[in-house]
Structures are given as C-alpha cells and as structure tokens.
Design a protein around this ligand. Sequence first.
Ligand code: MLT
Length: 335
Amino acid sequence: MTFRFRHLLASAALAALVAASPASAKTFRIAVGDGPGGTQEELGKAFIAALEEKSGGAHSGKLFLSGQLGDEQATVNDAAMGTLDMSILAINNVTPFSPTVGVLTLPYVILSVDEAEAITQGEIGQELVDNTVRDAGVRIIGWAYSGFRVLTNSKQPVETVDDLQGLVIRVPPNEIMIETYRSWGVDPTPLPWNETFTALQMKVVDGQDNPYMTNYAMKFDEVQSHITNIRSIFSIEPLVVSEQVFQGLSPDEQQMVLDAGKEATTHSGQFLREKESEIAATLAERGMKIVEPADGEAEFIERATTAVWPKFYDSVGGVEQVNKVLAALGRDPVE
Ligand code: MLT
C-alpha cells in the first residue's frame, strides 16, 4: 500500500469518525420553575431520557430546578434571545408573550386531563405552537399535564365566593387570572412565581392557586393549611426550546428533539393519572384540610365565565377560536 493510499484511507476513516462522533453533542440547559417531585421535573426527566436514547447518547439535557435560572417569565425572554436552551413552565407564564395560548387559561374551558391532551396534541395545539414561535421566539416541544389549580390559603376554609372575601391571593402576572379573581370579588396580588413561597411564608399574601402536584413540589404545605378543590384552570405546562437554538440544529437533531418531546408528553399524562391522588393524600397527611366548593362550584363558574371570557376573546384569537376549542371538546358554542 502506497503512502498516499494509506493517507487517503486514514483521512476517510477520520472523516467518518468525525461525522459519527458527537462533534455537535449538546447538553441542553433546561430551566424548571418548580421544585423536585412535580410534573415539570417529570416531563424534563422523560424528555432527557428519550433524547439520550434517540441520539445514542450524543445529546442530553440538564434540569435546573426551583427557578435556579430565573423566574418562569424571564426564562421565556432568555430562550427567545438564545441565551437559554429550554424551559419548562406553566402556560399562564407564556401567555404574556404569546396571547393566543391564553385560551388554555380561560376559566372552565379545559375540564379534565383528557381534554387537555386532546386540545394540546391536536390541530389547535399545533396552531398554538406555531403562534408561540412567531410571537415569543420559543417553540413548544412537549406538554406537562399538572391537574387543576386548587386554591390554597393559610387562614380559613373557603367553600363559597363569600369565604374568599378579605383574603389576599397571589396570582401569576397574567391578566386572565387577575380578572378571574376580580370576577369573584377579590383584587389579587400578581407576583412572579419565584417570589411566591417567600410571600406566603412571610404572610405578605394569604393564598394562591396551583395544582396538587405543584403545591407538593413547592412544599406549600409548610406555609398553607387549607385547600379548596376549585377547577377553574387545568394547569398545562409546556417544555419550550429557544427557536434560535432549534434552528441551529440539523434536521435530524430537530426531529429527535420533537420526538423526545412527544414521548415525554405521553408520559406526563400517565404520570398525573398515577400520582395525583397519592400526592393529594400526602398533603392531607401533612395537615392540609381539603374542602369542596359549595353547590358544585356553581357561583365560581357563573361569575368567571360570564365576566372573564368576553374580555379576552380578542387576545386569544376571537370568539371563533374559543368556539373552535369548545367544538373540539364537544361543547356548545358561545355567542
Ligand atoms: C405560577 O403560578 O406562576 C405557575 O403556574 C407555577 C408553575 O409553574 O408551576
């Protein structure tokens, strides 16, 4: 074998090795708003496992829990600018950047995990993904399903709208959620997510709402004693990737990321179904007192749907968009 031929063979082998080796191997930095043990972490872990498997270990991710990389709303900006790869956060904290996803936070629209899955994984979900790329510079690649945002407080059992009066309630900086409490006669206090535990602990606010899974992950049982099973918002929590980062990936890598997100989404629905009642029981064992709203929640529902929905038709894409969601869920349209 001539030197030249050996040299050519060696170069070809090196080129093949470079192509096959993880030269662009990447460990995505993933911000997570909640603490350990909740649906956000579970989605993140499932995504990383699926991505590692699909990429033969070339690509992975690292979760930064409990808002270590900043408040949830701030992570949307960071990802849009490309200084953060990914974030897992509540959809209500995406709405200020991508108003049409607000349709998922309108009170009493999504009434079960089955409905949450049907909407987010169907045609409407894809439209919301596209709108969010356009409006916020981030792409939703997976969805966590976290359950209804139950109301917690440190002062008294709340069964009626009347019982709520006088309580200082924290809400995310989200107009739909602010207006929902206003419809119940309360002027709530908007606070970023990463300030909420301290505000409850210092009694700057008396209460807040979040799903059982989130209340557990955030250890809210240490600072809250009452739960009311309101069902106004079913919490949906997307995994988003910076669109800049996504566009920097090869088509194969993009597909792996999308497929891993899909698998993690399927896992999230199963996780919620398996774990939610166990977590609710754990919170009760830790001393939280759980009550149902009076009269099947009728007054909460009536006030919120009549006062809040019309205010947000424009921002979520028109009354037609709300009716499209209702039709997809087999419900009657609104005028
Ligand atoms: C919030 O209340 O700001 C969020 O829904 C919390 C979360 O991401 O779990």
